[in-house]
Unconditional design. Structure first.
Length: 113
């Protein structure tokens, strides 16, 4: 199964350099890395990244994350993927830098295909 992570391009570049992503500020505060499914990621983009620039969207193979990945209730009781531990860069199967000047919901929807 594929899951998705939105983050700053600079955060992803730093993670690639060290081989893992330990989370952005909100992830660190919550104690896990937030992900979304394909059905959830557009709404996540609108809720949390509407005014952000220089964003990347990562596509992650959930099977590569092991036991640290848990599905937990969040928005509206829907189950969201949360990773308790670092995201190894090897689990990322695709990455897209989202275009600036395009509404984030449209950019994410287009990146999904």
């Amino acid at each position: 199964m594929l899951i998705y992570k939105l983050l700053a391009v600079a955060e992803w570049e730093a993670a690639r350099a060290v081989g893992e992503f330990r989370g952005s500020a909100v992830d660190e505060a919550d104690g896990y890395i937030h992900f979304s499914t394909g059905e959830q990621v557009v709404e996540t983009a609108v809720r949390y990244f509407a005014d952000a620039e220089d964003l990347a969207m990562l596509t992650i193979d959930a099977e590569r994350l092991g036991d640290g990945l848990r599905w937990e209730p969040s928005r509206g009781g829907d189950l969201f993927p949360h990773l308790y531990g670092p995201l190894p860069v090897e689990a990322v199967v695709a990455e897209v830098n989202l275009p600036s000047g395009v509404p984030v919901d449209r950019a994410v929807a287009e990146a999904l295909g």
